[in-house]
Design a binder for this molecule. Sequence first.
Ligand SMILES: C[S@@+](CC[C@H](N)C(=O)[O-])C[C@H]1O[C@@H](n2cnc3c(N)ncnc32)[C@H](O)[C@@H]1O
Length: 396
Amino acid sequence: MPAPYPAPPPRSAGRPVIDLPEPDAEAKARCAQVLELLRRDIEEAGGWISFARYMDRVLYAPGLGYYTGGARKFGPAGDFVTAPELSPLFGRSLASTARAVLDQSRGDILELGAGSGRLAADLLLELERHGALPEHYCILELSGELRQRQAETLAEAVPHLLPRVTWLDALPERIRGLVLGNEVLDAVPPHVLHWTESVPMERGVAWSGGPVWAERPASPELSALAATLPVEGDYVSEVNPAATALVASLAERLEAGALLFIDYGYPMAEYYHPQRCTGTLMAHYRHRSLDDPFFLPGLADLTAHVDFSAVARAGEEAGLDLLGYTSQAHFLTDAGLLDLMLEMTPMSPEYLRAAVAVQRLLQPSEMGELFKVIGLGRGVEEGLPGFRRGDRRGAL
Ligand SMILES: C[S@@+](CC[C@H](N)C(=O)[O-])C[C@H]1O[C@@H](n2cnc3c(N)ncnc32)[C@H](O)[C@@H]1O
């Protein structure tokens, strides 16, 4: 019987940096290759690249980046634990929302950035249990290594459903059904801005024996974006045009159905709160959260919190309705997480394992409050399971 996971923090939480394990020789060699790639990139760009470019190279450089290379990433042996890795109850709870969307849109499921494939397997199994399988479960994954891992997970967990799963190389022209992204938007590279007394500066990366911060005046586009945000005085934070462009692009292609994003983040007023004046960038390495994005490039994950107001606006500008915005705890409870637990034999090993995971998924001090869920849709009634209570749309 597998032991329950020890309790590493979710990807969003901070923890003091002590006793960091040394990378092995292979990992050190990969890190050296990533550093050389960055050095050349910065040199070719004339001595400076944006932080978005830096993060894109560190996470997604073909064959070398954190997501595209050999890093272990998820689970106890990796760098962080995501909700689908904690318990099958996460994916099984999402099935009630998925069923409501699929019923109303007569469509399929598209999962972005499917990680280890755990969420796909759990969701498909639960939909099968309810006789509500979509014809296709599509996955858009940037990492070839993760595609392989997803195929292995699905072949082991749901071999009979594998023919329904398709991996895509790009977004389809038209989408009907449910688009799902758990902890995807936080992995989209942001730009870092420094609001000063005079012009807004963009904080990017130069080279001085290694990557170092360096600023230059922000482009007209980023300056215009900076001017729309509720920031005062000397302030550093991120903006993420690529994340909002991704949402806008999905929204434009969505003929009927819903986009559902689960991630850590805040509405705009909280994101750019005066007290959060150094931004939200974080590196994740072996279950430690570090505020140095230059730590072991290629071996550590990098993330920024999500501005959910910007996500909502991107969807609404493309004609979608804001179906709901709430905390993960409210969402999962309303979607039926605790009812699924009641189906288990009380105090059985399965029940006890689930109880530990459920605590982490729901507790405000763990993932319950910091993680939020946003739903945007076309041709879908309000009142989707997950969003019937705890409505926080007013905060966006
Ligand atoms: C932290 S992982 C989350 C994985 C998984 N959803 C989970 O919850 O375990 C972030 C994932 O987002 C993917 N990703 C980032 N940007 C993406 C994009 N534009 N389209 C699709 N996937 C993307 C990464 O490749 C990676 O698989």
